[in-house]
Design a protein around this ligand. Structure first.
Ligand SMILES: Nc1ncnc2c1ncn2[C@@H]1O[C@H](COP(=O)(O)OP(=O)(O)OP(=O)(O)O)[C@@H](O)[C@H]1O
Ligand SMILES: [Mg+2]
Length: 239
């Protein structure tokens, strides 16, 4: 069966010689929840951006829902991203003057054949009563739930999340992770989530550890304590 996200020997070099990704290969099937961890600067966000078609790798092949996006023209890539992918980034990317409902409706309004109703996803994320409030008046955790609702409204095949719980208290973080887990278990959405938090990563099915832009470890997700140990292993500074 075709993977939802497929990277083959992907590398990403930045000017000044930084090799953010080196020969990364990763195949993620439908309905798998993958956590990506590694030290700061190890290439996690670059991996996510390349996988989502937000950044172009300098080498290798990227397929999203079976389509080659590394070589795809920008307009088509944008449409594919809009229709099949959802994004939950830490900076929210929400428009604070607009209401909750308007923010969630943004990608749906742009089109998308599978779109769910705004009310349905607001209920799912527990914001049914806040639809008419400007996002600027919400707490950080509420905003992050708006971001999840917006990611879910197009009924995407895959959700890309970059530190979705990084700025949240543990209880609020759990609510976000519950929503992502629910999308995977109930709707067979694929999730690729970058996190620094072993407790957050423990919600995933599969743990990918990066070291210096390369995959250092890729196995079924263990418990949080073991995750923390493995993370220390790949984050250790060479003596
Ligand atoms: N636009 C850019 N131009 C040049 N170098 C970049 C750029 N973006 C990232 N890098 C470099 O690429 C490497 C990987 O960066 P990336 O943002 O993917 O790391 P990360 O694992 O997400 O780190 P963090 O945990 O701090 O978010 C780093 O060395 C970074 O400095
Ligand atoms: Mg990052």
């Amino acid at each position: 069966m075709e993977s939802v996200v497929s990277l083959t020997s992907v590398s990403r070099r930045y000017p000044h010689g930084v090799r953010a990704l080196r020969d990364v290969s990763l195949d993620v099937p439908a309905g798998q929840f993958v956590a990506v961890m590694g030290a700061t600067g190890s290439g996690k966000s670059t991996l996510l951006h390349c996988a989502a078609g937000l950044d172009r790798p300098t080498g290798g092949r990227v397929r999203l829902v079976g389509q080659d996006i590394a070589r795809m023209r920008e307009a088509r890539r944008t449409r594919l991203r809009r229709d099949r992918a959802g994004f939950v980034f830490q900076a929210y990317n929400l428009l604070s003057e607009l209401t909750v409902r308007q923010n969630v409706a943004l990608p749906a309004r742009l089109g998308g054949p599978r779109a769910r109703t705004v009310d349905e996803v607001l209920t799912q994320v527990g914001l049914a009563g806040l639809g008419d409030r400007p996002v600027g008046e919400l707490s950080g955790g509420q905003r992050q739930r708006v971001a999840v609702a917006r990611a879910l409204v197009t009924a995407p095949a895959v959700i890309f999340a970059d530190e979705p719980t990084g700025a949240l208290d543990p209880t609020t973080g759990d609510r976000i992770l519950t929503l992502l887990r629910q999308a995977v278990d109930r709707d067979r959405v694929t999730v690729l989530m970058v996190t620094h938090d072993p407790v957050a990563a423990a919600w995933s099915d599969r743990l990918v550890l990066l070291r210096d832009g390369a995959v250092a470890d890729d196995r079924p997700t263990p418990d949080a304590a073991t995750i923390a140990d493995r993370l220390r292993g790949v984050s250790a500074v060479a003596a």
